[in-house]
Design a protein around this ligand. Sequence first.
Ligand code: HEC
Length: 194
Amino acid sequence: MRPRFAALLLAMTISVARPALAAPAADTDLAEARALSQELVQKLGAALKAQLAAGGPESAVGVCRDLAPAIAGELSRRSGARVARVSLKMRNPLLGTPDAWEQAALADFDAAVAGGQPADKLERAEVVDEPAGRTLRYVKAIPAAPLCMSCHGGADAIPAPVAAKIAAEYPHDRAVGYAPGQVRGAVTIRKRLD
Ligand code: HEC
């Protein structure tokens, strides 16, 4: 009896310490999340690149401001998932503030990059039980690239008129001081599964 009782106690302890709420994502859900996240990053990157070349960084501030939520909104409507961008140091706290699950993933991404892993491979997927039902959570790191430095780099990388425009539009901006290769933020996807 004793060993069995001990085993039962152990099992109870484990289930208390680690509530069985999270499960791995199904391959098809993961593939969809990856495709959505890639589409957001690619469309935004292409638009940003084009506007930076055509009108310089000051003119491109609006691309990040208007186009990012527009593309994310379109992808959300098409897929039935919620697609957005979040960051630990956000520029727009209204749209970019991570919840606890996203914060933990972003902190782990930062630690992985500090440990030498490339930012562009970092992702996390999990199925979690929420009050509304089983939900897929997915985040994919968005690396800071040289292209991003004129608006997210150090003080010497951001032209004065761009800094002024950002300060005027985003008085609570924290999204500066990045170097290429760091994690600027993440695409986050949340989808109800049933
Ligand atoms: C021309 C200026 C500019 C450039 C270049 C730029 N961004 Fe941004 N970025 C912004 C602005 C403005 C916002 C705030 C958007 C909003 O209001 O939602 C932003 C927001 C973000 C966010 C959302 C989280 C947050 O901080 O609010 C991410 C992620 C992001 N940018 C990543 C990038 C990456 C990666 C690059 C390079 C590929 C890049 N940005 C290049 C101006 C820029």
